[in-house]
Design a protein around this ligand. Sequence first.
Ligand SMILES: *Cc1c(COP(=O)(O)O)cnc(C)c1O
Length: 371
Amino acid sequence: MSIPLTDLTSQYLSLKADIDAAIQGALLSGSFILGPEVQSFEQEMAAYCQTGHGIGVASGTDALHLALLACGIGQGDEVITTPFTFIATAESIAKCGATPVFVDIEPGTYNINPALIEQHITPRTRALLPVHLYGQACDMTRIMAIARGNGLKVIEDCAQALGATWNGQRVGSFGDAGCLSFFPSKMLGAFGDGGLVVTYSDEVAQQVRILRNHGARRKYYHEVNGFNSRLDSLQAAVLRVKLPHLDRWLAQRNDIAVSYAAALGTLPGLAVPVPTPGSTHAFNYYTIRLQGTAGYRDRLADYLRSSGIASAIYYPVSLHLQDVYRGLHYAPGTYPVSEKAQDEVLSLPIYPEMTPSQVEQVTDAIATFGG
Ligand SMILES: *Cc1c(COP(=O)(O)O)cnc(C)c1O
């Protein structure tokens, strides 16, 4: 039996009756853009994330872009972020006319290293954009202290970490805004694209609401240049069915992580993810590190593929080395921890419906791989 990275079909089948009914209801309502389903979902998400507001948008990428704009980020500004993330993080900064300034990561969590942030702050720095990578919360105590000490905004990229906590508090609720993605393979996946901004700030919430809908508070009265970036009712209806299951899915993902760690943690040349004390990990991805001879990680990935087991590399090229940022003139070697991680990480299958025997199939294959 082959094992996928994630299994969206079995999740749908496990909730089929409820999801089908919700879709039917949305179709019969005749309301497709925003509307009552979206409004209810926004309130439920704000409650879940322990923030006052939730604003549905078209994608996680738009959540980042609109949140940055709502925080006043624009032309000439610098925003500090990690080079070890999905392109959308830096792309959204650039789309505001601002410049992404990268700071190297910590080797253990793969998240931005708070100890290196202050040396990158300049008079143009306006915000910090930490990413809770793979589902591991960043050290928000230190990041918020740096932001307060330097008068910076904080926009959290929570696309992989919905439900994760730092000191008992949900990610997304620390900074000025938290950005969520409902891309199908994320913790809470829609049947298409979707995203949401959560915030405790009335002003940021108001601004995102205006921006997502053509810059208008009132239909046909436009205050600013806005966007068409709305969450649709159909996706909200589906997500409302899934949300009550999220905590159970988080627990199931954590159980699988415990099984993986027990079987893989003692293998030589292999490091398993260890959640930072004081945090809970969402395990959107279960990412191991392979430290062996050159190409060791890629040979393991090939071996798994030939055994019918999917795996993925998040991410093979750090953002400062991407063609799109050639103009920023970052030389290879600028962020050594990130560049080492890009050669050594491998994400294994993990999804709530994964059975113990599937986990065992993966761990057995890795244990028998000779290198
Ligand atoms: C998925 C993801 C995004 C973008 O989300 P989309 O909904 O696909 O636009 C942003 N940042 C990170 C870290 C992500 O994993």
